[in-house]
Structures are given as structure tokens and as C-alpha cells.
Design a protein around this ligand. Structure first.
Ligand SMILES: [Zn+2]
Length: 256
């Protein structure tokens, strides 16, 4: 394995509607495989379609975007659950799911978000799938709730406390490092965080189309190299070893 994995992105979003073939072509040259994430009934169907079209390269996950959970109709959530059940065999994981206290402030809405999170965790237990967790300014709560369930998780785009990252790893889960750290540059905080994640529990991702290392641009999976290189630099490891270990971790974490 001499190419890294993009462990979380959204090629199913409209941002890629026009030129997804070229984006995947560029990714194939530089990346081993990508895990694509649908977060609405529409994007969920699209990620399944991309996985069929780029078989063996694009692998689908389905969940929802936690900040939107409080305002989503039950019907839309039921529809996502139905799609997950119906396509469980095709899915690499359930997610993203989780908690976002950055965007959701009101206690009633947070309560609803936690209920939805737990509904999906129970579904993952039932279907025996790993979960992709979105936790923003809510990492401690998400981890506490996760631990009440018998599932393996990756914390996608992790940007929480370094000590918590270590605990997540110690309990057998994964911490996914995104290009957000490249945008920030190697600040002291970024260094502490990257150092606290053991390499054998680290994943790498772009969260494309978001978090482009180039300001104002659309991100794409080929850019996953940028975070791989930063991890290597901060940890003082050869790039090749970071590529190989994080790619192995992704294959081990996901259900394919
Ligand atoms: Zn995402």
C-alpha cells in the first residue's frame, strides 16, 4: 500500500455533480480508495450510485449531518434509516452521525440531536456496522454515549482535546485527522493533537468538498496527501510508514 486512503468525503454532494469522473480519475492516481458519505436521502442514493459506478474504489456510508438533526422531519430520518437497512450489505459504515454543539445551542434541540444519535447507534449495533462520528465541541458527550453501545467508531475530522483522542484510541476506536490541520498549520495545539493520536489508531481524510488546504477552493480526495505529510512531519515518521499504517487502519475499521 503506497497510497493513502481518504477515509471520509462527500463526492455525492452537488459540488461534484459536474465533474465527478475527473475528480475520481485524479484520486485514483494518488489515493488507494475513498469512503464517501451521504447525509440526506438524496445524497445517500447518490453515494450508493457512485459506489456502484466506481466499484472497488468508492465505498459508501450513510448517515445524517448532526447539526440538521433537530430540524429534520421524522419522515426524512425514517427514510435514511430505511435506506441503511435496505442497503446494509453495500455499506462500509453508518455515519456520519453524532453531536454538534457549535451549531446547536438550545437544550431542547441538543436533546433531540442526542436521541437521533442514539437511534443510529442502536441501528449500527443491530446491523453490526462500524460508525463514523461527527462531534464538534461535543467530543466528550459523543464518546460517553458511544461507550454505552457495542460498536466501533471513528471520530471523523477530530479536533477535540488531545487527552480525549488518546482515550478514544485506547478503547479501540479510531481518530480521523483531516486537512483542517493543514489549513491551520503546525501550531502548538495541532502538534499536541497529532502527537496524542497513536499512529495505529489514526485515519486520514479530506471531508471534501470542505476543508481545502487552498483557501476558497473545493477540496478533493487527492489532497489527503497533505494531512498525511503533516502527520509524518509532526510525528517524525517516514511518509511511507504513515501512508501504509493509516491505509491499513481504514481497511481494518470499515466493514470492507
Ligand atoms: Zn463530512
Amino acid at each position: 500500500m503506497n497510497r493513502p486512503v481518504d477515509a471520509h468525503c462527500h463526492l455525492c454532494f452537488d459540488h461534484f455533480r459536474r465533474d465527478v469522473d475527473e475528480v475520481v480519475e485524479r484520486a485514483r492516481e494518488r489515493v488507494l480508495r475513498v469512503y464517501d458519505c451521504g447525509v440526506t436521502p438524496g445524497t445517500a442514493r447518490r453515494t450508493l450510485e457512485l459506489a456502484r459506478r466506481f466499484e472497488g474504489f468508492v465505498f459508501p456510508t450513510i448517515g445524517l449531518h448532526p447539526p440538521r438533526a433537530p430540524r429534520m422531519q421524522d419522515r426524512a430520518i425514517d427514510e435514511i434509516v430505511r435506506l441503511i437497512r435496505e442497503h446494509a450489505d453495500e455499506l462500509a459504515a453508518i455515519g456520519e452521525i453524532g453531536l454538534d454543539y457549535h451549531y446547536v445551542k438550545r437544550s431542547k434541540e441538543r436533546e433531540r440531536m442526542r436521541e437521533v444519535f442514539e437511534r443510529f447507534l442502536r441501528l449500527a449495533e443491530e446491523l453490526d456496522k462500524p460508525v463514523v462520528i461527527h462531534a464538534r465541541e461535543a467530543e466528550e458527550d459523543a464518546f460517553r454515549i458511544l461507550r454505552e453501545h457495542d460498536v466501533t467508531a471513528m471520530f471523523h475530522c477530530y479536533d477535540g482535546p488531545p487527552e480525549l483522542a488518546r482515550r478514544i484510541a485506547e478503547e479501540g476506536h479510531y481518530v480521523s485527522l483531516s486537512t483542517i490541520h493543514v489549513i491551520r498549520g503546525p501550531t502548538d495545539r495541532t502538534r499536541r493533537l497529532l502527537e496524542s493520536v497513536p499512529l495505529d489508531r489514526a485515519l486520514t481524510e479530506t471531508d471534501s468538498p470542505y476543508l481545502s488546504p487552498e483557501r476558497g477552493r473545493r477540496n478533493e480526495p487527492a489532497n489527503v496527501w497533505r494531512i498525511v505529510e503533516l502527520v509524518a512531519e509532526v510525528k517524525g515518521e517516514p511518509v511511507g510508514r504513515v501512508v501504509e499504517t493509516t491505509a491499513e487502519n481504514a481497511l481494518e475499521f470499515y466493514d470492507r
